[in-house]
Design a binder for this molecule. Sequence first.
Ligand SMILES: *Cc1c(COP(=O)(O)O)cnc(C)c1O
Length: 364
Amino acid sequence: MKDYKLLTPGPLTTTATVKQEMLFDHCTWDDDYKKITLKIRDQLLELAHVRAEQYTVVLMQGSGTFGVESVITSVIGENEKLLIVANGAYGKRMKDICEHARINHEIIEFAENENPSAVAVAEKLDEEKEITHVAIVHSETTSGILNDIESVAKVVKERNKVFIVDAMSSFGGVDIEVGKLGIDFIISSANKCIQGVPGFSFVIANKNLLLASRGKARSLSLDLYDQWETMDKDGKWRFTSPTHVVLAFSKALDEMLEEGGIAARSKRYYDNNRLLIEKMAEMGMKSYVDLAYQGPIITTFYYPEGKEFAFSEMYDYIKARGYAIYPGKLTTAQTFRIGNIGEIYEADILNLCSIIKDFLAEVA
Ligand SMILES: *Cc1c(COP(=O)(O)O)cnc(C)c1O
């Protein structure tokens, strides 16, 4: 099969050296293997700018949603209530998780190209005193918007609520001061900005709140506290761990530090993204999110005016020339998406845009 690079928000294109790590079949009981898990947890604390006295890290088998579901179903008690702040599909997925697990919740929704208003969140919290937890998505991958979690964090912490952030598609690609913002549970996964392969998610947790959640979980496999309790002893996972994925992730973290950490990676992603938006605009393709709110991860584009084609036609044309793009996910407009994270550089963006230019000339 012809290889192509992924312009999708995860899984994404990884380095050959990250993929190579997976050629080793590691034993889960082995001390060398357990040390890798401990090393990963330390590195994640550092990337989050937090210390082991206040925060801890839990790795959880499964994709990113398993991590979000683990937190929501493990830390919100019977007599507590979650406020979900949503402006896209991933916000709404948290509501879905609550409905499945019968967790008290309420949702406050904003348009998909609108930044959630901290003022509206504050009003809601003042109206409904029974709300104990607030959850929000940082980079809403539905549209590509980067939500202003700082202003929401402020009103949440002023009211002493527990703050949960789905930073799935931003952690590692956008610097987040987890401790300073008072984020209590932040969730991401192996196959996004750290540039590993899919197979587990991770949660950076306020240690006291994690300890206080003991016994609250609705699910055995997704019990965040139990997972942590086992892992914190010596790095051994509860139940079979995705050994190959763990090795690849450890390598991906090292490569990220070699690249220059979050600062360098974030700059590369922003440069890719702004170049893409500029080149697409030159071809008459406008982006959906205002540039002031546009994140560096993925961009939603409107179809160009006056051209008639199906997404699959454009997808196949581009795929045959070495890249895979993403369909739109908006409820309100016909769009498609292009991600620019992973092993993607300026040359790829320029290459892609010239392929799209050729495609548009053919469908004219
Ligand atoms: C990728 C992603 C998830 C998790 O999706 P999975 O398909 O379960 O990995 C959750 N939230 C956001 C914002 C994401 O981008």
